[in-house]
Ligand binder design. Structure first.
Ligand code: TXA
Ligand code: MG
Length: 319
């Protein structure tokens, strides 16, 4: 039986160089003091995360940017004023003091200010900047509630239970320069919203770069096959053995063993909130595999399809 931590207990653990899983508005994070390299190394160890994949540093006050970013230019100021606290990660050249292990040796660091009150209180009470990836084993599904963390780390007791997260998918990640921003990972803050604040420098072609490891083609995968209708090899699958992830009203839903409806009203924000929890439930069920209907690729739909395609990558028809 896992015992859940209070915020103050968790803050003490962070100060002492330990690890804590905590809720943010996007997904649960697995955090450590960002300036304690040994503590951060334990995050990589626990997640079995490759050392080339950099972590996001979480802050509670823009004044903390002085410790992290080499300089805070106009683009950073505008984006942080518009979207923080909230699900946007800003990547920019780092201060020398930020440990290399946090940034995977890159000259840049990703920073965000979470809006979740528990995350904010943990950062504030610990007095630290907290480096935290999502609290899942590398390549596996991101957690949107404490039970998802416990499922992947049954022996880990340092979990703050903050209920279900209210955005459901990981933050939008942008790298910034004087010219504007580049999108490194889509999220619920869309390109259109960002462009209203600063110009877009250029679009990163996810196929051609892994300047951001969040762009790895395969990621966020459940422990059983997942197929996207119209994109994956679905010949030979039997619907009655499958769990269906449906965006709105399912097509042919009665044929499936289980049906997970992401949004009864086909609302993309609601679908994002429910996405990982639905895949977790089907992963835990006795369905042999998971079949997902695609969602419209506009606004938040771009981020949802990004996560689905990474989950389904090994079953996708290669062009
Ligand atoms: O919503 C979120 O962002 C959650 C919560 C816990 O804050 N965190 C999260 O972290 O999704 P993680 O480690 O699962 O994904 C972080 C991704 C990296 O894989 C990488 O793509 C990008 O953020 N990133 C971080 N620092 C970067 C850097 N210096 N340069 C390029 N990409 C970076
Ligand atoms: Mg992750």
């Amino acid at each position: 039986m896992n015992k859940h931590l209070t915020i103050n207990e968790a803050a003490d653990i962070i100060q002492q160089g330990g690890l804590v899983a905590f809720p943010t508005e996007t997904v649960y994070g697995l955090g450590a003091d960002a300036f304690n390299a040994a503590a951060v190394a334990n995050i990589f160890k626990m997640k079995e995360r490759p050392s080339f994949d950099p972590l996001i540093v979480h802050i509670v006050d823009v004044a903390d940017l002085e410790k992290l970013f080499h300089h805070v230019d106009d683009t950073i100021l505008k984006l942080s004023e518009a979207f923080w606290p909230g699900p946007l990660t800003i990547v920019a050249p780092k201060m020398h003091e930020v440990p290399d292990i946090v940034t995977a040796g890159l000259g840049t660091v990703g920073v965000r200010m979470p809006s979740h009150p528990t995350a904010a209180a943990l950062i504030k009470n610990s007095g630290k900047c907290i480096a935290a990836p999502s609290a899942n084993r590398f390549g596996r599904l991101s957690p949107t509630k404490a039970a998802h963390v416990v499922k992947q780390f049954p022996d880990f007791n340092n979990v703050i239970d903050g209920g279900n997260t209210d955005v459901g998918i990981e933050s939008t990640v942008v790298s910034v320069s004087a010219n504007g921003f580049e999108l490194l990972r889509p999220g619920v803050i869309t390109i259109e919203q960002l462009e209203r604040v600063v110009p877009q420098a250029k679009t990163v072609n996810a196929e051609n770069t892994i300047s951001s490891p969040g762009l790895l083609k395969s990621h966020y995968s459940p422990q059983k096959p997942i197929y996207i209708i119209g994109e994956s090899e679905t010949d030979g699958l039997t619907c009655s053995k499958a769990g269906l992830i449906s965006f709105g009203k399912p097509v042919n839903g009665e044929a499936y063993k289980y049906v997970e409806i992401l949004s009864g009203t086909s609302d993309l924000s609601e679908a994002a909130i429910n996405l990982f929890a639905a895949i977790h439930r089907l992963e835990d069920s006795d369905a042999d595999y998971i079949v997902a209907e695609p969602v419209p690729e506009t606004g938040i739909g771009i981020a949802i399809m990004d996560r689905l395609r990474k989950a389904a990558y090994q079953y996708t028809k290669k062009k």
